[in-house]
Design a protein around this ligand. Structure first.
Ligand SMILES: [Zn+2]
Length: 171
């Protein structure tokens, strides 16, 4: 039997798309912890400063490019109208109007609220070629974008719920 942390690691490694037929790679996930790219962002904090501000899970996803377990986010099945913001800095990233149910277990959007508020970069870790989504303001890791989304964009922004917060329209 796997304990819960092993299960979390396993799910991290298989996180790629809705296609669960991919064979998981068993390389250790610690190798990329110091490979945060050197691109500068308007908000530039040390790990120590981020650790004071974020929960351990938020830090692992935003700053170490971790992946939450699927179907664990409170935002995955949230269909209220509003705006999703970066939990690291409050930058407005996604609108509920662009949210759809991808069935993957992660909050999914077919478009960003404003393309200048996110930054994308090729991610070749875990033996896959993916496009990483980062917050353009603080550089926090948000998720990945895939080209198997619905119309009109054909894109699927697959987002870690732990890296976003929700601001309800009515409030
Ligand atoms: Zn941010």
């Amino acid at each position: 039997m796997m304990n819960s942390s092993q299960i979390a690691l396993f799910l991290t490694l298989v996180f790629t798309s809705c296609d669960y037929n991919n064979t998981p790679h068993s390389e250790p996930s610690t190798s990329n912890e110091t490979s945060m790219n050197k691109t500068t962002f308007p908000i530039n904090k040390t790990d120590e400063e981020w650790k004071k501000q974020l929960s351990a899970e938020q830090f692992q996803v935003l700053r170490n490019k971790g992946t939450e377990r699927p179907f664990t986010s409170q935002w995955n099945a949230n269909w209220d109208g509003g705006i999703y913001v970066c939990v690291g800095c409050g930058n407005e990233l996604f609108s509920s109007e662009n949210k759809f149910d991808a069935g993957c277990g992660w909050p999914s959007f077919f478009d960003a609220l404003d393309s200048t508020k996110i930054k994308t970069e090729t991610d070749s870790t875990h033996g896959m070629k993916r496009t990483e989504i980062m917050c353009a303001n603080c550089g926090g890791h948000i998720g990945h974008v895939f080209d198997d989304g619905p119309k009109p964009t054909g894109l699927r922004f697959c987002v870690n719920g732990v890296s976003i917060d929700f601001k309800n329209k009515e409030k």
